[in-house]
Write a protein that binds this ligand. Structure first.
Ligand SMILES: [Zn+2]
Length: 336
């Protein structure tokens, strides 16, 4: 099995990695390919996702599946309907792999989606299945790259990242809890203290004396600390690009008890000098001005919104401001 190693991954490789993932999981390969040790199975409820949206959701599932190297332990469930959430079917089966119900629901105006793990395995306290709700408001306008990111983010929640960090939620099928806490509150602020993610954070230069700073909801890395990272509390601000899965999030999976496939993570540097500016499409004023990124590129737009506001979109490959992250379909034209 071939993966791009972390050190060789340049920005463009993200897309290659995705394509590779899709190939490994969905194309019956000519050579005998060992089955992926872990796969996220999708169960769509209702019929409100288009075929293209479903394909994007599958791509996200393949991407998340790649991150995990430990096999799923089969378990027999016999649960009445609605036992995890309303409007879920009865589950009576031997579950062979982790699955998520994917639904489209009215979640109001504020968010793209939400997700939760459902029942947890006895012993490991890892989720057996989960549920992801995509917001029907604005879903049809959500660009492919943002739906992809949203689903990766939500599937990580369904796997327990950000959702099973407190003892209260760590109750397994038979009602036991391991009483494990992966966060703590100091002076009114939440910090993540799980060993693997914390080590990764320090490794990247983070000041982790107390822990990794978390958002006020205690389920995401603090947006100001990680900026565009996939589990950033501010990830939704970084639209029009793919948000990286960093060693922090891989470490968080490890802290939960998954074995991980480090090579499937993304190249990531902790933004020690603060987040790049201009990412907020809603900012009215000088946000639209291109800024010098300080690298070889002379024009840098943090988002397609910023590029559009500056009148620069769409941008072709080779033109100032073009970045592969903004070119979701990799056709050489960004922010179409
Ligand atoms: Zn979230």
């Amino acid at each position: 099995m071939m993966f791009y190693s972390g050190s060789n991954v340049k920005r463009l490789s993200w897309f290659r990695l995705l394509c590779l993932g899709a190939t490994l999981i969905y194309t019956p390969a000519a050579g005998a390919q060992a089955p992926a040790p872990f796969a996220v199975e999708l169960r769509f409820l209702g019929k409100t996702l288009t075929a293209a949206q479903q394909a994007t959701v599958r791509e996200a599932a393949a991407r998340v599946s790649q991150l995990i190297a430990s096999p799923f332990v089969p378990v027999t469930l016999n649960l009445p309907a609605n036992s995890c959430d309303s409007n879920l079917p009865r589950i009576k089966e031997k579950v062979q792999q982790f699955f998520v119900f994917v639904r489209v629901s009215d979640l109001g105006e504020e968010k793209y989606a939400e997700a939760a793990p459902c029942d947890l395995h006895d012993g490991s306290y890892l989720p057996i299945y989960g549920v992801v709700d995509l917001n029907s408001n604005g879903l049809s306008d959500l660009p492919r790259v943002d739906l992809l990111d949203t689903m990766i983010h939500e599937m990580l929640h369904a796997l327990g990242v950000g959702t099973l960090w407190e003892a209260d939620y760590r109750v397994s099928l038979s009602g036991d809890s391991d009483e494990k806490n992966l966060i703590r509150k100091v002076n009114g602020k939440y910090y993540y203290t799980g060993a693997r993610a914390l080590a990764a954070y320090r490794n990247l230069g983070g000041q982790g004396g107390t822990g990794i700073p978390l958002d006020a909801d205690a389920g995401h890395w603090a947006g100001s600390t990680v900026c565009s990272e996939i589990l950033s509390g501010d990830a939704g601000d970084y639209t029009g690009r793919v948000n990286p899965v960093s060693p922090l999030t891989l470490g968080a999976l490890e802290d939960l008890g998954y074995r991980i496939n480090r090579a499937a993570g993304n190249r990531y540097a902790l933004p020690l000098k603060g987040c790049p500016t201009d990412q907020d499409e809603d900012t009215d004023a000088p946000a639209s001005a291109p800024v010098n990124s300080g690298t070889a590129k002379t024009v840098y737009f943090a988002s397609c919104g910023a590029a559009r506001a500056a009148g620069a979109a769409p941008m072709r490959r080779g033109q100032p401001g073009y970045r592969p992250e903004m070119d979701g379909d990799a056709d050489g034209v960004a922010c179409e």
